[in-house]
Design a protein around this ligand. Structure first.
Ligand code: NAD
Length: 308
């Protein structure tokens, strides 16, 4: 097989981190991959200079991943059609609210044999489900410090990644309210139970063991302690500012995933009259949209059906 060309569609915090990994792997495996990796960058001006120009000259995404050098052969391109031209592997890594618009532009403009991998945390982006291809794609991402496990239950992996951001938002609310580690542990436990139940109902066939992979419990704990969703939710309680305002003030262009995912999940729950069966997911959505005060978060934990 001829070396495959990789395009990274996105260049935020995670997009830039993965560009470093993918760029180095492409360089190290020239028999498998074209060493020139293209990266689509949503163009912005930084101190009067184009972000693409800065990345291509300084080899650093100074806005979204400051202080980390990208491989020289990762090339930033502002037009997504140009960036993906001729690519065999498209790595999607952008906030999910922009995926639809980007895919509209790509329609009819990519290689018919191209495969897509998503690193996006959301509920509804169907991608390649071929296990053999999974092993091949592992070579794109695996390093000595970034380990990849190929699992067949890809839907659960994706759904875990999306739902944990709702749980992290709940954890941030309880942090902001001044509760301690036991309350956060309760949020994580009940959140995990709702994640499992949600998968059982909406994505039947998911395997319980997937929740014990890195994408499940491990990612959930990390996000409930360290992520941006937790941080902004805590500030929401402490400052009384809106989520939108805090996202602008605190994240410098990075995007929050918890509140929009809570909105999408609520839409699915409402359609099946199931809001009350998922009190934590429902409370996060209602708090984010101003329907209930944040103090009701703790009430929701106390009255959770799992505690009855
Ligand atoms: N950051 C992480 O640690 C991490 C880890 C795993 C998965 N993810 C997931 O990866 C995805 C991408 O996150 P990220 O951290 O790379 O992004 P980010 O939130 O750091 O950055 C936002 C990105 O959106 C771009 N953008 C802004 N306005 C846009 C528009 N109108 N159209 C298109 N793009 C626009 C910005 O240029 C920037 O690249 C998300 O789904 C996230 O949940 C992130």
């Amino acid at each position: 097989m001829a070396p495959q060309k990789i395009c990274i569609v996105g260049s935020g915090n995670w997009g830039s981190a993965i560009a470093k990994i993918v760029g180095n792997n492409a360089l190290a495996k020239p028999d498998q991959f074209d060493p020139d990796v293209s990266m689509w960058v949503f163009e912005e001006q930084i101190n009067g200079h184009k972000l693409t120009h800065i990345i291509n000259t300084q080899h650093e995404n100074v806005k979204y991943l400051k202080g980390i050098k990208l491989p020289d052969r990762v090339v930033a391109i502002p037009d997504v059609v140009d960036a993906s031209r001729g690519a065999d592997i498209l790595v999607f890594v952008l906030p999910h609210q922009f995926v639809h618009g980007v895919c509209e532009k790509l329609k009819g403009n990519i290689k018919p044999t191209a495969v897509a991998v998503t690193l996006i945390k959301t509920l509804k982006i169907p991608c390649c489900k071929d296990t053999q291809l999974g092993q091949h794609l592992k070579a794109v991402f695996q390093t000595s410090y970034f380990r990849i496990v190929v699992v067949e239950d890809e839907t659960t992996v994706e759904v875990c990644g999306a739902l944990k951001n709702i749980v992290a938002t709940a954890a941030g609310f309880t942090d902001g309210l001044g509760y301690g580690d036991n309350t956060k542990a309760a949020v994580i436990r009940l959140g995990l139970m709702e994640m499992i139940k949600f998968c059982e109902i909406f994505y039947p066939g998911s395997s319980l063991s997937t929740f014990f992979e890195s994408c499940g419990i491990a990612d959930l704990i990390t996000t409930c302690y360290g992520g941006r969703n937790r941080r902004v939710a805590e500030a929401f309680v402490k400052t009384g500012k809106s989520i939108e305002q805090l996202e602008k003030e605190m994240l410098d262009g990075q995007k929050l995933q918890g509140p929009p995912t809570a909105f999408e999940v609520n839409y699915m729950l409402k359609a099946r009259d199931m809001e009350e069966r998922f009190p934590l997911f429902t409370a996060v959505h209602r708090i984010c949209t101003g329907v209930i005060p944040v103090q009701e978060m703790v009430q929701c934990l106390k009255n959770h059906p799992e505690h009855m």
